[in-house]
Each structure stands twice: as structure tokens, then as C-alpha cells.
Design a protein around this ligand. Structure first.
Ligand code: MG
Ligand code: ZN
Length: 201
């Protein structure tokens, strides 16, 4: 079974800009590609899990999400970094476009996207990680039995400052950015491996 690292997209990989309703609004964050490359090299499955309600709200067609994902793949490829999967939820229960107006099981913090990825990529969610810039991502992690890392890019700083104390959900780690999150994940995995070896003695 594989270990998965599930990444939020906006505010975690690319700059939080509100709705990314045009390809020109996609700007990758510093060290994000480096972080993904580091996770790739260590054999972890790197999977994007993102809520994208723009089409449901009638702001832009779903095809733009695919175009953006392809742009992200290309930018990462230039830096030798690779995603093992991209999963998104296009649904919203208040969608103005009827076909998206469903109460689904995949809108984060629900775990549908992670469960689908886990099945398709043989990922053990209980040994996996979610990285995101919102407490919703941490909630997702815990709902799935994984560890949650809050990054201070995107909405992260503000969420921690204004919601951090009142929110009963605690991140397992708070990282400056995706690279620091990736570094912590690798340390966390290796500390478990060492622990496991000690148990055997
Ligand atoms: Mg985000
Ligand atoms: Zn959904």
C-alpha cells in the first residue's frame, strides 16, 4: 500500500486569487514544485484534491478546470515534478447550474475524493497526509483518518490567526509553505519507521 500526500490546490500549490476564472490567474507558489519533486523522489503518491465550485456557480465552464490542471501539470513537469492524480469536486448544493446541484460525498471536508484516489492508487489513508491552507483541509484529513498540515500560504495565516484558537480542529503541523510541509512529512514517516524497527528488537 502507498502513502498518499493529498494537496489542496489554490493557496497551497498556486497563489490564492479567489476564483481562477482564467488561465492567466494561475501562479505557482515558490518552492511548490520543489516540494512535489521531493515527495516524488521519496516514493509517495502526490494527489491534488480540490473543491471547484466555479462551474456550479456559472462563473466559467468545467473545461477551464481541466485546462488549469493541464497547465499545472506542464509547469510542474518543467521542474521535474509530477502529480499522481488530480481529483476535484465540481458540486455545490446551492449551484445555479442544476446538473451540479447535488449534495455529494466529495466536497471537502467530505472524504469522497480521497477515497476514490485511495482505491485507484492503492493508498492507505491511515498513513497519509493532507496539506492545505484552510482548516477545512485539516478537517478533511481527520475525517479520512490521515494527518493534516496547515500551510501559511494562501488563507493559512489568517485562518490560523482568527480561527486557530476557537477552532477545535488542530493541525498536526503548521508549515510556512508546501516545501516545509513536505520536509515535515518525510521526517514524520522516517520517525515512524525507526519506531517500528525499535519495536521489533
Ligand atoms: Mg486552498
Ligand atoms: Zn462533489
Amino acid at each position: 500500500m502507498n502513502i498518499g500526500v493529498f494537496l489542496d490546490r489554490d493557496g497551497t500549490i498556486n497563489e490564492e486569487m479567489g476564483y481562477i476564472n482564467h488561465l492567466s490567474r494561475f501562479h505557482i507558489l515558490p518552492r511548490a514544485a520543489e516540494a512535489i519533486r521531493l515527495l516524488n523522489k521519496n516514493g509517495l503518491k502526490v494527489v491534488v484534491a480540490t473543491n471547484q465550485s466555479g462551474p456550479a456557480r456559472g462563473y466559467f465552464p468545467e473545461g477551464l478546470i481541466i485546462e488549469l490542471n493541464n497547465k499545472m501539470i506542464d509547469i510542474l513537469k518543467e521542474q521535474d515534478a509530477r502529480l499522481d492524480g488530480i481529483y476535484y469536486c465540481p458540486h455545490h448544493r446551492e449551484a445555479i447550474v442544476p446538473s451540479y446541484r447535488v449534495v455529494c460525498d466529495c466536497r471537502k471536508p467530505k472524504t469522497g475524493l480521497l477515497k476514490k484516489a485511495a482505491q485507484e492508487l492503492a493508498i492507505d489513508l491511515s498513513k497519509s497526509y493532507v496539506v492545505g491552507d484552510r482548516f477545512l483541509d485539516i478537517e478533511l484529513a481527520h475525517n479520512a483518518g490521515a494527518k493534516g498540515i496547515l500551510v501559511l500560504t494562501g488563507y493559512g495565516k489568517g485562518e490560523l490567526m482568527y480561527q486557530g484558537n476557537s477552532n477545535p480542529i488542530r493541525p498536526d503541523f503548521v508549515a510556512e509553505d508546501l516545501w516545509e510541509a513536505a520536509d515535515w512529512i518525510l521526517q514524520d514517516i522516517s520517525s515512524h519507521r525507526k519506531g517500528a524497527k525499535k519495536d521489533l528488537k
